[in-house]
Design a protein around this ligand. Sequence first.
Ligand code: 3HC
Length: 290
Amino acid sequence: MEIRKFTVVGAGSMGHGIAELALIAGYDVWLNDVAENILKNAKERIGWSLKRLSEKGSIKEDPEKILSRLHLTVSQEEAMKDTDFLIEAVIEDINVKKKVFEKADSLASKDAILASNTSSLPITEIATAVKRPERVVGMHFFNPPVLMQLVEIIKGEKTSEETMKRAYEMGKKLGRDPILVKKDVPGFLVNRILFRVNDISCLLVEKGKADVLEVDASAIYELGFPMGVFLLQDYAGVDVAYLVGKAMGERGFKAYECKAFEQLYKAKNLGVKTGKGFYSYPEPNKFVKP
Ligand code: 3HC
């Protein structure tokens, strides 16, 4: 099926990166969020990233030309109307996500795929908001989507094989390495592993066996991780880690309830985006390795 219109709902850290991948792949992309300033910020971040990729020769097309395929809108109707492929990347809240899918179901083209970038919420539960759950699928990207190769393609109970195939092919078209997750379990594959690593890291700190920097240093220098465990939470967003852990816990994945995550979340110290998390950053949204 020809994709004439590609929609991304949610223009935050994940949404803007997914939109960038679709732009690079040559699609006309409608990026939607609730406020103009969020969209403006997303466009600036995409522009910056495209420039970096171009300087390194990772993309051949002129960044300005790629950016010209981006359409920003605060109107969900405009973004979703007759779209052929939609990826939702809004906050990790089941009710917010279901509202997006309910609307998308009535506005998208009849053969459109409706995908969710959720990290933790069941695709089966999200799909209850639509009339044709066979076209709802999980496409879980990793932060930052333009540099992280992996994408999980998740099958909900009612997702059709055709939808799985089309989502997998889209993952490939976006230049990623998709893996199929055939069981809709909390945290899918990657976050089930990542949250066990978080658990043990948090316990080491809470029991006074090591501090945050020591845990991160051993993850990098001993285990070969590209980023320390706590730095990664700052980078991806402390709120994301907290909400994802909570959602997984509510659905039966018993993660350790890390007090540090909860304290930072409640104090709105969300990591790079606010300038303070486990580490401090020179200014909000500016990632400088501590
Ligand atoms: N677009 C283009 N280029 C980018 C970029 C972007 N969005 N972000 C960073 N870069 C570039 C930098 O400019 C830099 O370029 P340079 O070498 O020319 O200076 C280069 O990439 C490397 O960046 P840094 O020097 O800042 O840092 P690193 O060498 O550590 O690389 C990283 C950054 C690729 C993010 C690496 O640290 C990494 O792989 N970290 C782990 C990320 C990860 O695990 N993500 C998953 C998070 S979990 C998740 O998303 C799941 C969710 O469900 C919770």
